[in-house]
Design a protein around this ligand. Structure first.
Ligand SMILES: NC(=O)c1ccc[n+]([C@@H]2O[C@H](COP(=O)([O-])OP(=O)(O)OC[C@H]3O[C@@H](n4cnc5c(N)ncnc54)[C@H](OP(=O)(O)O)[C@@H]3O)[C@@H](O)[C@H]2O)c1
Length: 261
C-alpha cells in the first residue's frame, strides 16, 4: 500500500463505476491509483486514457490483487457469480455498491476480507456533488465517499435499505416532468420548446434544493398562493391518491430489496 493513497480496485466498470472513477480522479491534483476490471473494455480503456492514475488490469483477480480497497460495482446477479471465484485478502477493505446484498452475505462472499461496507453512490459522485449513504461506517468507505462529496452514515441496516429504496425514485421524477411536457405538446406547443420550458422551470429550483436544511413543506408553501393554481394542482394529485401511491411504491421497492434471495 502507498503510504499516502490507497489503491482502489473496481470490479464492474459500468455507469456507477464510471461516476466513481471520474469523481476520484477528474481534475484532482493528487488522484489515487485506480485499477479497473477489463470487461466493458471500451469504457475501461476510455477512463484509463483520460485519467493518468487509472489503469486496466488483466482480469478480476488482478484487480483484487492490486487493491487496498476493492469497490464492487457489479449487478447483483453478476456479483453472486463472480465474487466466490476470487481470492480476497484479510488485509484489504471492500466497499460494495451492489443493491440488496446484505453485509453478512457480502462478508461471506469476500472472506477472509472482513472490513466490508455497503454504499449507494449516485451519478452525481462524478462531480463530487452528492453525499453517499454508507453502512457500516468503516474508515475505507467514509474515506472513499468523503472524496466524492461526503458520506451519509446510516447505522441501522434496515434504515439503510430504506434510503436505497428512496434512491429508486429518480426515473419516476423524470416521467412526471415528461408528462407535463407531453401535455403541453398535446395542446400545440412544439416538443423541444415544451421540454425546454419544463426543464427550465424545474432547473431554476435547484438553488432551493441545495439549501443545507431543505424543508419541502416550506418550499411547497412558498410556491402556493392560497386559492391559486399551484394549490389546485397539488390538491388534485393528493385527492387522486398520488402521494399514497408514492408511499406504497416505496414500500414495494423496499420489500423487494430486503426479500430473501
Ligand atoms: N446506476 C446507479 O445509479 C446505481 C446507484 C447505486 C447503486 N448501483 C448499483 O451498482 C451496481 C452497478 O450498477 P450500474 O448501473 O453501474 O450497472 P452497469 O452499468 O450495468 O455496470 C455493471 C458492469 O459490470 C460489468 N460486468 C458484468 N459481468 C462482469 C464480470 N464477470 N466481471 C467484471 N465486470 C462485469 C458489466 O459489463 P457488461 O456491460 O459487459 O455486461 C457492466 O459494465 C448495481 O449492483 C447497482 O445496484 C447503481
Amino acid at each position: 500500500m502507498s503510504s499516502t493513497e490507497p489503491t482502489y480496485g473496481i470490479l464492474g466498470v459500468g455507469a456507477i463505476a464510471t461516476a466513481i472513477v471520474t469523481g476520484l480522479c477528474d481534475g484532482v491534483a493528487e488522484a489515487p491509483p485506480v485499477v479497473l476490471s477489463p470487461r466493458n473494455a471500451e469504457r475501461a480503456a476510455g477512463l484509463a486514457a483520460s485519467l493518468p492514475s487509472v489503469r486496466v488490469a488483466s482480469g478480476n483477480q488482478a484487480v483484487v490483487d492490486a487493491s487496498d480497497v476493492v469497490i464492487i460495482c457489479l449487478l447483483p446477479a453478476d456479483a453472486a457469480d463472480v465474487l466466490p471465484g476470487l481470492d480476497f485478502r484479510a488485509d484489504q477493505a471492500v466497499v460494495s455498491a451492489v443493491a440488496g446484498l446484505p453485509v453478512v452475505e457480502l462478508a461471506e462472499l469476500v472472506a477472509p476480507a472482513a472490513d466490508v461496507a455497503r454504499s449507494i453512490p449516485l451519478p452525481a459522485v462524478a462531480t463530487r456533488e452528492s453525499r453517499t449513504p454508507v453502512h457500516p461506517a468503516t474508515s475505507a468507505v467514509t474515506e472513499l465517499f468523503d472524496r466524492l462529496g461526503g458520506s451519509l452514515v446510516v447505522d441501522d441496516e434496515t434504515a439503510y435499505e430504506s434510503v436505497s429504496a428512496a434512491s429508486a425514485t429518480v426515473a419516476a421524477h423524470f416521467h412526471h416532468l415528461g408528462t407535463i411536457a407531453d401535455w403541453l405538446v398535446d395542446r400545440g406547443i412544439p416538443g423541444a420548446e415544451a421540454r425546454r420550458y419544463v426543464a427550465d422551470t424545474f432547473a431554476a429550483l435547484s438553488d432551493e434544493l441545495s439549501s443545507p436544511e431543505p424543508d419541502f413543506a416550506a418550499m411547497a408553501q412558498a410556491h402556493t398562493t392560497p386559492g391559486g393554481l399551484n394549490e389546485q394542482f397539488a390538491r388534485g394529485l393528493d385527492e387522486a391518491g398520488v402521494h399514497d401511491a408514492v408511499r406504497a411504491g416505496l414500500d414495494a421497492v423496499l420489500a423487494r430489496i430486503v426479500a430473501p434471495r
